[in-house]
Write a new protein. Sequence first.
Length: 344
Amino acid sequence: MSEETRQIKLEAGILSGVSTGTIKKIIKTGITTVEALATLNPKDLKEDANMGLDTAENAIKSAIDLTENGFITGNELWEKRKLRTRLSTGSRAIDEIMRNQQEIEGGKRGGFESETTTELAAANGVGKTQLCHQLAVMAQLPVSDGGLDGEVVWIDTEDTFIPGRIKQICDAKGYNVTEVLDKIHFGLALNVPHQGKLIEQLYGFCPEHNIKLIIVDSLMGLLRGEYIGRATLSARQDKLKTMLLTLGKVARSTKTTVIYTNQILDDPGSMYTNASKATGGNVMGHAATTRIWLRKGRKGSRVFKINKSPYLDELEATFLITENGIEDTEDNTKKWKKQEEEEE
């Protein structure tokens, strides 16, 4: 594990002014690193660890001090951002639009950025889960090959993870399927409280198992099924907000890449025909660093569109879903081959 991704293990004596007993209580809640502790809310820690509010506040403050989470200059932030890794999709067309200007000028590969959250939204049957299967394989590759050099967590709410699909992708690419599946940690969420519990466990689970990619497929599935009607909307959004907040904190504190899927539905209240919207409302819309929408394209292709990003243009790319996984279209492959021949 490189210096920039190493976590400070939470153990006795590591935090100034925090007793061994307090550290043990915190570890029992699943918080095993100082970075994770620094992101917590004192009131939540008080309840989860059964300790006084003052004790919780002191522990979190000590963690913040140790991790030096204070003000830094813009140049220091820039240098930190350069250390973030990119997860390739396996499609050159997609990877090229998932790059910022600095990466384009430096000739670096694009993809899903670490320490961020990405919402992958699409109508039923378009291919968001197919893309997640590919990413679960790609994440295990070395960084030099477009991977994250780590393991994967897959939280499933709709029983959509198919080990056989992983085998197809591995067979096509020449990877050992047994080794790949051993590094995918699967959790089937039975209900909304269980889904929330699995997400909370990520604070400790990620550093323990070198998790570098977290997939939640789908984030809204159980929430939509268990909270029905306007009377339950406020409670549902509160649960959703808590899950999204936790996933964001986990991404930053454990330096992982978080991707969760969502559904796109027709919007009956729109003045425009064929209008659609992602489920989850404004709570979902504001949470993700990047929002991606998928749709069906021509000749069996799919369209990958950047819908929201703080640094990427709203571009789109076409790709194919085949037995081998996610691949570029024939037209794109011909275009790049021609470009390479002209450059030679």
